[in-house]
Design a protein around this ligand. Structure first.
Ligand code: C2E
Ligand code: MG
Ligand code: MG
Length: 733
């Protein structure tokens, strides 16, 4: 049975074979040990068809050398050899580690003695072949051993490569772990259910969790609760995208949540990996607060003035543009104020550049502090500041802001121990009426500054025509503000006559006038509507109340016991008003009983106003409430009944015309009757003649007021009238 082993060997990659190791297929060698050269040649010839490499040696000693040099598939050894025979050689071969398992086949004469055979096995023989050697048997046996050798070599090789692979795998695992643990990014992996499976070192540092804390928890644990929905949505979207196209995930910005609940801006890349049936999620996360702060700082720098830290021209213009669009849509008016410190150039020269800068910073700080948070205070160029008022603003609102700005400059600025007085000129532009672009509005505000400078008034609103209504309004409001503080307001008093008991004066009504420095005595109609639409109504009413009660106190000291009626505007009584408290202070200050004060509110003001709270407070404190100009509004008595009121004043238009106009007479008559039914006192104002008085008395009206008795006049004049007139007041004794 001739087997060619070359094919088998060719299919087997190089195996280590002592020094003979070469690249490429290796033909196994066998060793023939025989002292007889002829027998060796014969062996070689017989083995030639197997195509294997035959190494010949002629002694046991040479055989020992050969096995050290080379690994053989098997050894064919003659038993009888001089000096070292086959058995001894075999024993020694077995002792060498390189050859301890190399099969040895002895070549011996058939029928050798039993002892010899036993020795042979003890010496490590694996098989025998008997002489005369039959070539087929030799080849069959040798090829069986060679095949075995090749197979075990192959096995060994597999074992070796598996071992090597394992070692490489272990090394790469160690490397991967080292990378995973030492990368700057936090890396969190989650299994198919979205539950965390690993949490690297950076993630632990970033979130303050240990690995045990988080393993098994949902991945969204690391995201702020407020962003859970967004996280699930975006993760879902990304995952489907990934599945569809295997595109690596883009970074998302979200908010990270640490173990202590603190939050931080976080960037996250989520990707998915399919391993067998399982899908893994890998989230790489990093804290981007530093980056964010840096970008924010850059942005802040680009949009703010370096010196004052206030919004610069770019930002101011941007906000203005946005407000223009908004105001346009809402159909509302807005205001911009340009503030130009006077003679700043001169001051800068005197102080030196550095102190000039410090002064500007101080101005900026004060301005910012004086405005509401929602207002934008900008430093747009050189020494100019500007304010964009938030919310709807007409000229009245703008004037109020301008006054606040003025107050900012009322106290000197202390720069390096030096008190510096700064004055500022203010220009106002309103939009959308004065322009629909930031540039045109700013230009107009600048024109208003120029106008304010040339007029010397220090405050102006942009107006194409100086007779423009807004310009006049601003002048009026500004003059009135100054007028209030300079004491230009005066009160005139008109008596209220009791029509029932002897027709004597029991009270007076205080009516305000303004002694204007250039325009003379102004009546309420000329300034009250503007005052009521502006914040000036507050100081004005306070002044009137105090002055009226003070006069009431003086009359009381002179023995005249009179009620004092004061007109209060609905704007004084809105939700958070301090007015009732101020009134209580005033009556207390002058020692006047609260019920001696009558608060008159015009009927029209009741419509759509939220002053019920203010009314209740007045009522609770004991003041009387009166509804003025009754009949001009649209309220019905039944509605008024629900309010805590004591008196109604029938409007003078009805009273004046009642003697000549029957329907007005009927209105007056029925109003008196209705009011009485509701338990209210009735005052008729505008009693101009005796006929009206007679009709009112006949109708049972309680109190009359009008030119017929007395025109409103200054306190001293009224004091004389009260003493001299038959309608005057009874003096207490
Ligand atoms: P009112 O409270 O109804 O005041 C009565 C007005 O009628 C007064 O006008 C008075 O001069 C006028 N009058 C009195 N008797 C007659 C008369 O017989 N014939 C005619 N034709 N008129 C008469 P005045 O002083 O011009 O005040 C107008 C309005 O201004 C007041 O109407 C009141 O609503 C308001 N007002 C006056 N002073 C104040 C104030 O201090 N605060 C507030 N919020 N409003 C005030
Ligand atoms: Mg009145
Ligand atoms: Mg009235």
């Amino acid at each position: 049975m001739a087997v060619n082993l070359t094919d088998l060997a060719a299919a087997t990659p190089a195996v280590e074979a002592g020094e003979a190791t070469t690249a490429g297929p290796l033909m196994p060698s066998i060793l023939v040990v025989d002292d007889n050269a002829a027998k060796r040649i014969a062996m070689r010839a017989m083995l030639a068809p197997l195509g294997i490499d035959v190494v010949e040696v002629d002694s046991g000693r040479e055989a020992l050398r050969a096995v050290v040099r080379q690994t053989f598939a098997m050894i064919l050894m003659d038993v009888r050899m001089p000096s070292l025979d086959g058995f001894e050689t075999a024993k020694l071969i077995r002792q060498r580690s390189q050859s301890e398992s190399t099969p040895i086949m002895f070549v011996t004469a058939f029928g050798s003695d039993e002892l010899e055979t036993e020795n042979a096995y003890a010496g490590g023989a694996v098989d025998f072949i008997f002489t005369p050697v039959r070539p087929e048997i030799l080849r069959a046996k040798v090829s069986a051993f060679v095949r075995l050798f090749l197979q075990s070599a192959e096995l060994q090789r597999s074992v070796d490569s598996v071992t090597a692979l394992n070692a490489a795998l272990a090394a790469s695992e160690v490397r991967a772990q080292a990378v995973l643990q030492n990368v700057a990014d936090g890396i969190v992996t989650a299994g198919g259910q979205g539950l965390i499976e690993s949490f690297n070192r950076s993630a632990r540092l970033l979130f303050g969790y240990s690995e045990e804390d988080v393993v098994g928890q949902p991945l969204q644990l690391i995201v702020a609760p407020s962003h859970h929905d967004e996280f699930s949505e975006s993760a879902q979207a990304k995952w489907s995208l990934l599945n569809a196209s295997r595109i690596p995930a883009e970074s998302t910005e979200t908010v990270g949540c640490r173990s202590d609940g603190s939050l931080f801006p976080m960037e996250m890349d989520i990707s998915q990996m399919q391993v067998g049936d399982e899908t893994f999620t890998i989230a790489c996360v990093r804290d981007i607060s530093g980056r964010k702060a840096y970008t924010a700082a850059l942005e802040h720098k680009a949009l703010h003035d370096e010196l004052t830290g206030l919004p610069n021209r770019t930002l101011f213009t941007d906000r203005l543009d946005r407000e223009i669009a908004f105001a346009d849509r809402a159909g509302e008016s807005r205001a911009v104020l340009l503030i130009d410190p006077d003679k700043f150039g001169e001051m800068n020269e005197k102080l030196g550049r550095r102190k000039g800068d410090v002064l500007l910073q101080a101005v900026g700080r004060r301005l910012r502090g004086a405005m509401r948070d929602a207002d934008t205070v900008g430093h747009i160029q050189g020494d100019s500041f500007c304010i964009l008022a938030s919310g709807e603003s007409d000229v009245g609102t703008a004037a109020a802001i301008a006054w606040k700005v003025r107050e900012v400059f009322e106290h000197p600025f202390l720069i390096a121990g030096e008190a510096i007085d700064v004055r500022a000129t203010i220009g106002i532009a309103l939009f959308p009426q004065d322009g629909r672009s930031a540039e045109s509005i700013m230009r107009r505000a600048r024109l208003a500054v120029d106008k304010a400078k040339s007029s010397g008034e220090g405050l102006a609103v942009f107006a194409v025509d100086p007779q423009d209504k807004t310009a006049r309004r601003l002048t009026l409001l500004n003059d009135l503000r100054i007028g209030i503080s300079r004491g230009e307001l005066v009160l005139h008093y008109q008596p209220k006559i009791d029509l029932k008991a002897g027709q004597r004066t029991t009270g007076v009504e205080a009516l305000v006038r303004w002694q204007h420095p250039t325009e003379g005595l102004l009546m309420p109609a000329q300034f009250m509507p503007e005052a009521e639409r502006s914040e000036l109504i507050e100081p004005l009413t306070k002044w009137v109340l105090n002055e009226a009660v003070r006069q009431q106190h003086l009359w009381s000291e002179a023995g005249l016991d009179l009620t004092m009626a004061v007109n209060v505007s609905a704007r004084n009584l809105t939700q958070h008003t301090e007015m009732p408290a101020r009134v209580a202070e005033i009556t207390e200050r002058w020692g006047v009983p609260p019920e001696k004060l009558v608060v008159e509110i015009t009927e029209n003001d009741f419509i759509d106003s939220d002053m019920a709270n203010g009314l209740d407070m007045f009522h609770a404190m004991g003041e009387q409430l009166s509804i003025d100009d009754f009949g001009t509004g649209h309220s019905c008595l039944a509605y008024l009944q629900r309010l805590p009121i004591d008196e109604i004043k029938i409007d003078r238009s009805f009273v004046m015309s009642m003697p000549t106009n029957a329907s007005d007479a009927t209105i007056v008559h029925s109003t008196i009757e209705l009011a009485h039914n509701l338990g209210l006192r009735v005052v008729a104002e505008g009693v101009e003649d005796e006929a009206a008085l007679a009709m009112l008395v006949a109708n049972g009206c309680d109190i009359g007021q009008g030119y017929f008795f007395c025109r409103p006049c200054p306190a001293e004049e009224l004091t004389t009238w009260l003493a001299d007139s038959p309608f005057g007041a009874a003096v207490k004794v």
